[in-house]
Design a protein around this ligand. Structure first.
Ligand code: SAM
Length: 269
């Protein structure tokens, strides 16, 4: 069942941490922009833009004759996106499910990088993307596959599943897709799928606290938010031990897999 994450747990610290640690999402986001083949002069919408690092790259790719707009429901992240933009792209508060204020068929490209797994009504979000895309426009998203978990989530689930106190802790995003359900979702709305594959990324962290900060900042405070502080401390200690099995030359090495999906709105619409 789809679940809405809280949008009330963000803070200035988490937004700043995301700006620093979200380089991982940025790196796979660049691959999404490559797959979408942005061209100079195009109009691009970054849904769930966070602090706008990837929007900035999209804006560079479409150039001064193009247009880049970032939308995010978290005001503190939009604030940082606007600081970064310095007028080179626009950013404002908004949600994927409601793109009111954007005209039909305005954009050439709409993308969601590491966002769709947070959205409770994914059909509505993609219906809105369809509406604002021109005929022939492209959509793309990256998302964590439900059936091939992140190494960190696998380790955490092994720890929490055996512990009644932390069994129901929020660990990953609540609305994950599989490769098949991602394609089904796109096709159900009329899109023609052009890419649907899983790519692996090897992340490295210095300490268990870096892992936890990354997870908190990326989930805008939802990660482990339901656990009282003493239980978080207990889980942190157990995680530190469990992650030693992942220590390698680059530190704590954790593999993350992402679905890359792109699709086209047919010209006939
Ligand atoms: C992991 S961050 C990714 C940020 C950015 N796309 C990037 O690549 O760095 C997830 C983002 O999804 C946003 N988000 C959550 N629910 C959303 C919704 N319903 N509509 C649009 N964005 C949403 C969050 O506010 C957060 O900024």
């Amino acid at each position: 069942m789809s679940k809405a994450p809280s949008l009330q747990l963000d803070s200035a610290t988490l937004a700043d941490e995301y700006d620093r640690l979200g380089i991982r999402q940025f790196n796979h986001g660049l691959q999404l922009l490559d797959a979408l083949a942005l061209r100079e002069g195009e109009r691009v919408l970054d849904v769930g833009c966070g602090t706008g690092r990837l929007t900035e790259s999209a804006a560079q790719r479409v150039g001064p004759q193009g247009e880049a707009l970032g939308l995010d429901p978290l005001p503190l992240r939009v604030e940082r996106a606007l600081q970064r933009a310095q007028g080179r792209f626009a950013a404002r508060v908004g949600r994927a499910e409601d793109l009111a204020g954007i005209a039909d068929a305005h954009f050439d490209v709409v993308y969601l990088n590491s966002v769709i797994h947070w959205i409770p009504d994914q059909q509505q979000a993609l219906r809105e993307a369809w509406r604002v895309l021109k005929p022939g426009g492209r959509i793309g998203f990256t998302t964590m596959p439900a059936d091939v978990p992140h190494d960190l989530h696998r380790v955490l689930h092994a720890l929490t599943d055996s512990d009644p106190e932390s069994q129901h802790a929020d660990i990953g995003a609540p609305n994950k897709l599989t490769r098949d359900s991602a394609a089904t979702l796109l096709v159900s709305l009329g899109f023609e799928v052009t890419l649907n594959e899983i790519r692996a990324f090897d992340d490295a962290f210095d300490t268990v606290d870096d892992v936890l900060s990354f997870s908190r900042a990326s989930s805008f405070g939802n990660f482990l938010s339901s656990l009282p502080e003493p239980q978080v401390a207990h889980l942190r200690a157990r995680l530190a031990v469990a992650l030693e099995a992942h220590r390698g030359p680059r530190g704590l090495q954790l593999t993350r897999r992402m679905i890359f999906a792109t699709a086209r709105k047919p010209l006939a619409h």
